[in-house]
Write a protein that binds this ligand. Structure first.
Ligand code: SER
Length: 318
């Protein structure tokens, strides 16, 4: 990767990935693509170039690629699962229409493309524990439908046109930097904010509901390492299961309580997010990612909790 365009640079993953890539490849080589209303600010704005790139506008993508001699596109524009259920047409327009635009520009201008996939590609008939790499993908959410279709379209562009498309299936991502918006796994971020602020946490996901989760530093590393990997060992491309930890609300609550003994949690289950969570795996088998490009997580629940509470404590001055 020499010159990189991030589409969705101010979002949950983009805001951190852009800074991480700039620290490795140099600020001038990483372009922060944004849409009106979500302009980069502060360090993100000052540390390198930014460009108006609405993923639904193929011309804007092509102009940024040509102007900055882009060879790699990180396509991070998406609506998360619970929002996508409320706005399915928009979710399709961004997730699929947008991906199609990116792939067409990549085909014409010779770019590699990273598009995150998700545990959301799996559905009720998928094996729930140690979910295999190659298994039933039958989501019943619009988020999952766009992610499965995105995997298929990305593989198609590789097979048919030789576009270097690569992807990982992210679990719920946890970070103290940019809050997610409208995901099913977001409770595992919100719970740390409540604990750090000394507030009681109202949990929208029922006790006993296990989902795969990952600390953002591991997720950023995965997104970079897969694009840097020697593809001669790839059997898969779009998309690889990756995993680092799996827990339910009780487990994360008790882990936080080790460090914040007064912390309280109460359940008020949200039926929409609960139904989505129940349709997703409990834990993924990431053997293929480990074997084909050397994936290995660094954080577990306890090391993540310590870091999250420390960083959020600094943020809230506690
Ligand atoms: N974090 C996402 C969501 O909950 C899953 O990939 O929508």
């Amino acid at each position: 990767m020499k010159n990189i365009l991030i589409i969705g640079s101010t979002g949950q993953i983009g805001s951190e990935l852009t800074m991480k890539l700039r620290s490795i490849y140099g600020g001038d080589h990483v372009v922060a693509g944004y849409i009106p209303g979500a302009e980069p600010k502060g360090e993100l704005l000052e540390s390198g170039p930014s460009a108006l790139v609405d993923i639904t506008n193929e011309q804007q993508i092509a102009e940024a690629v040509s102007r900055y001699k882009i060879d790699t596109i990180y396509n991070l524009a998406a609506l998360l699962s619970a929002v996508a259920e409320k706005k399915p047409q928009l979710a399709w327009k961004i997730g699929m229409g947008g991906l199609f635009n990116v792939l067409e520009v990549a085909r014409e201008m010779g770019c590699a493309v990273f598009t995150p996939s998700s545990i959301g590609v799996f559905g009720n008939n998928t094996p729930k524990d140690k979910t295999p790499q190659d298994t039933i993908r039958n989501p019943r959410t619009m988020y999952g439908v766009t992610k499965v279709s995105g995997e298929l379209l990305s593989d198609y562009y590789f097979i048919r046109f030789g576009v270097d498309t690569r992807s990982v299936r992210f679990p719920g991502l946890i970070s103290y930097v940019t809050p997610p918006g409208g995901g099913t796994t977001d409770y595992a971020v919100d719970i740390y904010y409540s604990a750090a602020k000394g507030e009681k946490f109202i949990c929208p996901i029922a006790s006993g509901t296990f989902m795969d989760m990952m600390y953002m530093p591991d997720a950023l590393r995965a997104a970079i390492e897969i694009m840097e990997a020697d593809s001669s060992k790839f059997i898969h491309r779009n998309s690889f299961n990756i995993a680092s930890m799996s827990f339910d609300p009780e487990i994360i609550y008790h882990n936080i309580k080790k460090y914040v003994p007064d912390f309280q949690m109460e359940y008020q289950v949200d039926p929409l997010r609960q139904a989505i969570a129940e349709s997703w795996p409990n834990s993924l088998d990431d053997t293929c990612a480990r074997e084909e490009w050397g994936w290995k997580p660094e954080y577990d629940l306890d090391t993540m909790t310590k870091d999250m509470l420390q960083k959020l404590g600094e943020k809230f001055g506690k």
